[in-house]
Design a protein. Structure first.
Length: 303
């Protein structure tokens, strides 16, 4: 089914403007889709095309991406700001409550928005694909040598020196040829052309990398001692999630390892896990049928 709907530019209070794909019946239950690095709202194209006859589907290019605002300064890309955009967007569109759906960094925003929005009833359900729970991820970075090794690219992305490498090589070459995110699946040529056009813009790349710079995650070097630091406790902002939550994981993900699933039940009370053996990190478009089926089952059982 082709993707229908239009790309609107929506001004949020505070001055941020987001480019947002909006489709589906206005009075249908709302699904808010968040993409991750280094993509755009089209990460979710197969799911939106599948669900837009029954749901109001809202999919922004998050700040820094596409033609959405890209303020200067990493502090503008902290989770508080990113979650603020999501809530402000819902308000701007007159949405009283929604299911949040996130992949990769969009999943990080979805975890945080769910924790902040569950009590008020603003966020009623969460569906998250290949995006680690923040407490579990930090735990693994301290204790699991494989996840720690796989995440060293985050340290490279935070280094201002990466900007010069991107300028010299281009983000596409850096990501696709050096395999910093592990082995990447073949991108659809039409989608890759859109992405490469976006990755060619230095200012946009700076903003995309600022998401990593603003993150509180600690990535110990590979040779640092394994184990939780003395006195370590997860951030008090990370609270147990009680809303129905679906976690989908492409098991061939080499950047965010499936070990992230193991400790998740400690933090998520109403959890369903859908493992997708044939997919890697980009499960929403690598395995659209499996992801659509998992979303269908979740949305109908938790309606
Ligand atoms: O979930 C996080 O805090 C980090 C997510 C992440 O590292 C995703 C990515 O590198 O693309």
């Amino acid at each position: 089914m082709p993707l229908s709907g239009d790309l609107q530019r929506i001004a949020l209070p505070g001055g941020t403007e987001l480019e947002v794909h909006v489709s589906g019946p206005q009075d249908a239950p709302a699904l808010l889709f968040l993409h991750g690095f280094p993509e755009n709202y089209r990460t979710w194209r197969h799911q939106i095309a599948h669900l837009q006859d029954r749901y109001r589907c809202i999919a922004p290019n998050q700040r820094g991406y596409g033609n959405s605002s890209r303020p200067v300064g990493a502090a503008n890309y902290r989770l508080a700001e990113l979650v603020g955009d999501v809530f402000a967007l819902a308000q701007a569109l007159g949405i009283a409550d929604f299911t949040i759906v996130g992949h990769d960094w969009g999943g990080a925003v979805a975890w945080a928005a769910s924790m902040m929005g569950q009590r008020s009833g603003l966020v009623t359900r969460a569906a998250i694909a290949n995006a680690p729970h923040p407490a579990v991820f930090q735990h693994l970075l301290y204790t699991d040598p494989r996840q720690r090794a796989a995440s060293q690219y985050v340290t490279a992305f935070r280094d201002p020196a990466i900007e010069a490498a991107v300028r010299k090589q281009g983000l596409a070459e850096l990501l696709l040829s050096e395999g910093v995110l592990g082995r990447l699946p073949p991108f659809d040529p039409a989608e890759l052309a859109i992405l490469q056009d976006e990755w060619g813009d230095e200012d946009r790349v700076r903003a995309m990398l600022d998401w990593y710079r603003a993150s509180p995650l600690e990535i110990p070097p590979v040779d640092a001692p394994m184990g939780l630091p003395e006195g370590y406790a997860p951030s008090p902002f990370i609270v147990p999630l009680t809303i129905p939550t679906l976690v989908i994981w492409g098991l061939k993900d080499e950047a965010l390892l499936p070990a992230n699933l193991d400790l998740m039940p400690e933090w998520v009370e109403d959890l369903r896990i859908e493992r997708v053996p044939g997919a890697g990190h980009f499960s929403p478009w690598e395995a659209p049928e499996a992801v659509n089926a998992a979303l269908d089952a979740f949305l109908s059982k938790t309606a």
